[in-house]
Design a protein. Structure first.
Length: 504
């Protein structure tokens, strides 16, 4: 199956931006059932309904409105069941007999897990308003037990009223919100903003809410991208002059010079993208493709805005212009902010963390001294600009290493099980590696020339740790409450795929 052929006016412009939007979706492997290619990050849908109680068209329409955060294959399996059924095992047996592609085919998995990218919803109907709901996940899509319980609970009210289609839609909606969500979308980080998916909503309102949200996102991305593009335009003459003064023999300057060779082409493409976005209609602004193009326009414009700041600062440093000291301060400011935040980070640490905290505090004192020495040496011209930048890079990279050690120590103290450790490590990993490439970044030379993950900021670390603690707290709360999700596959041999079931 190929990708959806529907296109919008922005497609040509996006290609000009070289933002990687082209490419076919993987072919669906299932040989039976109803399959369609649908919404954003929804690779395929397979519907197997032996009950005759699901409205397949409504399911397809609703799934088309969801964003699963990362490309996901959705399978819906509805069956008539008995109270005594273990639907985890029933789902596994059905997969083996009718959909072997649902089982991982990777040699290293030995058939013990669900296929990557897969999300299965099993609905076992036992009578009017009674039955079981199960959800199963590829290893790259699995969620915590508390999150799985939340996904199931989203459908309980509808299932109890025998509104089977609505219940499945609500389960899929909640799963789409939770699976592989970026760390900054975690509910614990949005308490004061009221932002978040409206889950388990009346199906008639789901589509309207999604389209309205997309239009707002589209407008905000276009607005922010336009602001960045305006900044680039205002600085364009200065940027061009600065780029011509960069010494090619200098390592960092040469890299910036290479960036500038593509700068003007991207700048012109951004203008074309801006015009196409401004001319787009309500339908395009409400669609997932339109939002995607708007986001990529904003990211490209922001990248240009950061790059011209770095080029102008580099020219000031290498030519020792009147503003060189101001330019150097702009390079050191991120580290200076981090050093200030370390003190706050170390307040009221647990006794078990005193050793790790002392190492971080010692680094802070050392880095403060060395940063001051770098500034003095650069002013005296006893070191070159490249040497100063290399020294600054080493200090920031060392902070990243210290934060990593401190993170592991915090996890050991707070987490009470291997699962809790994994949840916290996942949250911290996302805060470092999976946040937006330009979120919270400044236009320093080092930030522009290096990947975002190279320098872990204290603020990003703190958000990641807080998200990890929140995930663990949710899991503990769910474990202490009644009910819950039943996992495991009786008679399934060594199979241990992620997922579980619950009663309604």
């Amino acid at each position: 199956m190929g990708p959806r052929t529907r296109s919008i006016r922005l497609a040509g412009t996006a290609a000009a931006l070289s933002l990687g939007l082209a490419g076919a979706l993987p072919a669906a492997q299932a040989a039976t059932g109803v399959q369609v290619v649908a919404g954003q990050n929804l690779e395929s849908v397979t519907i197997e309904d032996s009950t005759g109680k699901l409205n397949e068209q409504r399911l397809r329409d609703a799934l088309d409105e969801l964003d699963f955060n990362e490309p996901t294959d959705v399978a819906i399996y509805a069956r008539n069941g008995e109270y005594s059924d273990d639907i985890n095992t029933k789902t596994l047996e059905y997969a083996k007999s009718s959909h072997p592609e649902w089982i991982s085919g990777k040699p290293e998995d030995y058939g013990d897990y669900w296929a990557d990218g897969l999300f299965i919803i099993t609905l076992s109907i036992e009578g009017e308003g009674d039955g079981q709901i199960g959800t199963y996940f590829g290893e790259d899509r699995k969620v915590s037990e508390s999150s799985m319980e939340s996904i199931h609970e989203a459908g309980y009210d509808d299932f109890n009223l025998s509104r089977w289609t609505d219940g499945v839609i609500a389960v899929a909606d909640q799963a789409a919100v939770i699976m592989n969500r970026p760390w900054y979308q975690h509910p614990a980080l949005w308490i004061s903003t009221g932002v978040g998916g409206l889950v388990a909503a009346i199906i008639g309102g789901v589509a309207l809410h999604t389209r309205s949200t997309r239009r707002k996102t589209f407008a905000e991305e276009l607005h922010q991208g336009t602001l960045h593009l305006t900044n680039v335009t205002m600085d364009l003459e200065e940027t061009e002059l600065a780029a011509r003064t960069l010494p090619s023999a200098s390592g960092h300057a040469a890299e910036l010079e290479q960036r500038f060779t593509k700068f003007m082409a991207k700048y012109r493409a951004c203008f074309a993208a801006q015009q196409a976005l401004e001319d787009s209609g309500k339908k395009e602004r409400s669609g997932s493709e339109g939002v995607r193009f708007a986001k990529e326009f904003r990211e490209t414009a922001q990248s240009l805005d950061l790059t011209d700041d770095a080029i102008i600062a580099a020219a000031a440093l290498y030519t020792r212009s009147a503003s060189w000291e101001e330019a150097w301060h702009a390079q050191t400011e991120p580290l200076e902010e981090d050093l200030d935040e370390i003190r706050e980070l170390l307040n009221d640490v647990e006794p078990e963390l005193m050793g790790s905290a002392a190492a971080l505090a010692s680094y802070r004192e050392m880095a403060t001294t060395q940063l001051g020495e770098l500034s003095v040496q650069l002013k005296e011209e006893s070191i070159t600009v490249d040497q100063a930048l290399d020294g600054l890079s080493e200090l920031r990279a060392e902070l990243t290493e210290k934060l990593d050690v401190f993170a592991q120590a915090q996890i050991e103290v707070y987490a009470e099980s291997a699962e809790e450790k994994a949840d916290m490590q996942s949250a911290l990993k996302k805060s470092r590696y999976e946040s937006g490439a330009y979120d919270g970044r400044s236009g320093t030379i080092l930030d522009v020339l290096n990947p975002a993950s190279m320098y872990w900021r204290v603020g990003g670390y703190h958000h990641g740790y807080s998200a990890g603690v929140s995930a663990v707290a949710e899991s503990r709360e769910a474990a202490s409450s009644s009910g819950g999700v039943s996992g495991g596959y009786s008679g399934g041999g060594s199979f241990s795929g992620a997922g579980g079931s619950s009663r309604f």
